[in-house]
Design a protein around this ligand. Structure first.
Ligand code: IMP
Length: 421
């Protein structure tokens, strides 16, 4: 592998952090390329749980370089909290964490705006209220503050004053909220400059140089394919591109740099927040998955909606991202079921279709196939052949119908619960 991308193929929460931690042992540099602190990436090492929102989970492996790319929106308060927490655990970041000077910042006014906007909307998105949408829209409006701007105090103050004026007009006049004081924002930026200023770099140049030196690079996506602002279930999406295009834009790499695109796919499907979800199970089975799979948001604690595996969703994720392989996660959660259902296709307006109609997803009905389940606890399996026959049939079925090679199976939260096929 020269450069590998890891992308969630559903609505996020596919178990990406665990797989990224796994891949990072063979990588030199791990790069986060989009999203912000809306992500909650959980890794368990020797029974100890670590949750990251911004810093790539590769930071847990000594000597690896971690990079926050230009496509990420950075909440300085959150970043400082994560840096402090890692250092308090004895994990040194010296020379190991680089932050793009072209990444945009999420300031408290973006979080206030996100919250006020959700409250104001009649058709709620169910955002994480981390300021993601407002920060990316400031980027598009060309009023945002970039990390590199904080070193030019005069330039930054002028831009900030304009953005605060604009946001305060909305906050006061539209949402009926108190205005945001400039001083509070400046104080946060000062703390960021002091604590993380030494980590700021031209990361795309750094990456191109590293590629030239033969370094192995892992690009880490946040959220998942179906939350992509262009290819997901709009408007119930995040404000960035978790898909392959976002990996290039958010790092400055180009398509010829990429060797492998790993889809991270959960053995069933979950979603947090509003929006269509064809295979959702609201009753007993949904509750079974939620409880057994610990399906509660790592960022907001919200219960995740749960349902059966969806083949058209996987096939679409594969087409959009050019998946070369899949890591299938949380297979162990399905133990104990008599039968396992899979949406093999959809029915739309009385016709069976085998594709994902992004604009009409709320109207499709899943067409299920039923496979035998298995009772055995599979968390101690270390090879594919150790799995009960019904679990092997399930994995091979997903592979054949999804059309992508399943190369890894994860059967538990710990680092050691992963095996190749
Ligand atoms: P936002 O990204 O906070 O604007 O939220 C937009 C939508 O994306 C909401 O439905 C969120 O629940 C969802 N979302 C954002 N980040 C994640 C994530 O890391 N995992 C799963 N869902 C997410």
């Amino acid at each position: 592998m020269g450069c590998m991308v890891a992308i969630g193929t559903q609505w996020g929460d596919e178990g990406k952090a665990k797989m990224i931690d796994f891949f990072s042992k063979d990588s030199d540099i791990i790069v986060r390329y989009q999203g912000g602190a809306n992500a909650g990436h959980t890794v368990v090492v020797d029974g100890v749980k670590h949750v990251f929102h911004l810093i790539p989970s590769g930071i847990l492996r000594e000597s690896k370089i971690c990079l926050i790319g230009n496509g990420v929106v950075i909440d300085p308060e959150q970043l400082i909290e994560e840096i402090d927490l890692l250092e308090s655990k004895g994990i040194s970041l010296k020379g190991r964490l680089l932050i793009s000077d072209a990444a945009h910042m999420i300031l408290p006014l973006h979080k206030a705006f996100d919250e006020a906007m959700e409250e104001f909307r009649s058709n709620k998105i169910g955002t994480t209220k981390r300021g993601i949408g407002p920060a990316y829209s400031d980027k598009c409006l060309r009023v945002g503050i970039r990390v590199g701007d904080v070193f030019d105090e005069e330039y930054m103050r002028e831009r900030l004053a304009f953005d605060i004026k604009l946001k305060n007009l909305y906050l006061e006049k539209v949402f009926g909220k108190p205005p945001f004081p400039m001083e509070k924002v400046l104080d946060i930026i000062d703390r960021f400059r002091e604590r993380a200023g030494g980590m700021v770099a031209n990361t795309s140049h750094y990456l191109h140089t590293a590629i030239g030196e033969g370094k192995k690079i892992l690009l880490e996506g946040a959220q998942g394919f179906a939350l992509d602002i262009d290819h997901g279930t709009y408007p119930f999406v995040t404000s960035s591109n978790p898909t392959i295009g976002g990996a290039l834009l958010g790092t400055g790499l180009n398509c010829s740099d990429i060797d492998q695109v790993f889809g991270i796919t959960k053995a069933y499907v979950t979603r947090v927040g509003e929006g269509p979800f064809p295979t959702e199970e609201k009753g007993e089975f949904g509750e079974f998955l939620r409880t057994k799979g610990g399906e509660f948001g790592a960022t907001t604690g919200r219960p995740r909606r749960c349902g059966w595996f969806d083949i058209p969703l996987l096939r679409q994720a594969s087409r959009i991202n050019g998946l070369t392989n899949i890591a299938l996660t949380k297979l162990d959660v399905l133990s104990g079921l008599k039968t396992v259902k899979v949406a093999a296709s959809y029915r739309l307006d009385g016709k069976e279709i085998d594709y994902y109609p992004s604009a009409k997803l709320h109207r499709v009905e899943p067409v299920y196939e039923e496979l035998p389940g298995w009772d055995e606890d599979i968390s101690s399996c270390t090879t594919f052949d150790d799995l009960p026959i019904a679990a092997r049939v399930y994995v091979r079925y997903l592979e054949e119908r999804g059309g992508v090679k399943i190369s890894l199976v994860s059967n538990g939260a710990d680092r050691k619960n992963t095996f190749p096929l």
